[in-house]
Design a protein around this ligand. Structure first.
Ligand SMILES: Cc1cc2nc3c(=O)[nH]c(=O)nc-3n(C[C@H](O)[C@H](O)[C@H](O)COP(=O)(O)O)c2cc1C
Length: 146
């Protein structure tokens, strides 16, 4: 079992990636090592090797997963129930309240992780375009819970 925090990001234009890098820095300050992966460079079995997973994912199209997140999302959706029971996770969802399906992809991640037995360590945050104002506080709370 890998003790490092796994930080996954799903993105189209890089906002989630930058936040993932911020989270890695904040984690280091709090004493936690982490590894970062874009969602298209990891598979579900690799996820299962970790005890803690932070998911940062934007929403695209009309409430859809970003391009680099869809395959992993589908793979995790197809896992047996309880497959992720060794993981404690939290989801930071990025979106825009101008869209009907606000932060839908992040909501889907939160739901699928729970449905596969993972434990929600910190309540999901659904972030609007002003996310810079409050994301950092949420990430720090996540590390306090870790
Ligand atoms: C074409 C387009 C479609 C989008 N669709 C949604 C959506 O359905 N729901 C939502 O909450 N945000 C939506 N967004 C907003 C993005 O999720 C938001 O800009 C986010 O910060 C992008 O993060 P990323 O750079 O990590 O992909 C959309 C943005 C664009 C440009």
């Amino acid at each position: 079992m890998n003790e490092e925090l796994l930080i996954l990001y799903g993105t189209e234009t890089g906002n989630s990636e930058l936040l993932a890098m911020d989270a890695q820095r904040l984690g280091k300050e709090a004493g936690f090592e982490s590894s970062i992966f874009p969602m298209d460079e990891i598979d579900a079995s690799k996820m299962q090797e970790h005890k803690h997973c932070l998911i940062i994912c934007s929403t695209w199209g009309d409430g859809e997963q970003p391009d680099n997140a869809q395959d992993l999302y589908d793979e995790v959706s197809d896992l047996d129930a309880a497959s992720l029971s060794g993981i404690k996770y939290a989801v930071l969802a990025l979106g825009d309240t101008a869209f009907d399906l606000f932060c839908e992809a992040g909501i889907q991640w939160d739901d699928v992780m729970e449905s596969k037995g993972a434990y929600r360590l910190h309540e999901r945050i659904d972030c609007d375009t002003d996310y810079d104002d409050y994301c950092e506080e949420w990430i720090e709370e996540f590390f306090q819970k870790m």
